[in-house]
Design a protein around this ligand. Sequence first.
Ligand SMILES: [Fe+2]
Length: 287
Amino acid sequence: MTAVQDTLRATSAGFEVPALPDLLRRVLDVTSDPRSSSRDLERVIREDPGLVIELLRTVNSTRYGLRTPISAANHAIVLLGIPVVVSLVSGLLLLNAFRNQPGLDPNRLCAVWRNALACSGLVNVLGRRLPARQRDHAFLAALTQNVGQLALARHFQERYDALHRCGPFPAIVAERRRLGVDHAGVSAYLLDQWRFPREVIAIVEVHHEPERYGGDPREVLLVAVADGIDRVVTERPESLTLATRPPARCLERLASLGWTWSDLVAEREELLRPVTEASRLVHAHTR
Ligand SMILES: [Fe+2]
């Protein structure tokens, strides 16, 4: 973490760590308490009228096809489900920490947010066979893994955009070579500053290199597999069939999470749902 900090200081003055909204801290506290209910979550969310409006706007969007518009936050939470609401609210609060920053492309904000929503939703599906504690760590890690991209994009501006134009997906090696840091390290650095649980920070720091993880490998593999499935479903949804022969490494990772390829194909619709839901949410908020 110190190396990331030193590099960021050396690149130029003024690498700012956006403040973590107090409300996000409280949302995370509520959701990490197994005794919490949708009412507790509603109580926190209601402190920010803007969030309540966003929540109602989401659930009342045409996509949900409700005959009668909903006007109560708790009703929206029950309809969307707590995991979707936590992803949505956390994503909105994190984005607010970066919104209106000069030089930050709104498309990048949307892309990072969409991926965060999709991956955290996929973690909930894929992590059903793991203990809740490990799934919770992976959920938060999936939600925040690429927040460092936003910080790097804002800090390096055209240099970062040019680097990402070279390929369809963040090239972590290119980031290290050209910037001296990578987005995984910067995400971990931000989460450390924001006092996230150390297990979550450790997962985020190596989310592109799960073999470097020092804890239970299933925690980091859950995030890596969710990210891989998001990419497959987004780019080639037709490949999620029994006729496909996934690489051996992919099958090994699935097996460590208690899944086989045929399980995955059988639950195709459930896996597609968080990804389409994420696109829909981002679309609903950026029209
Ligand atoms: Fe990443």
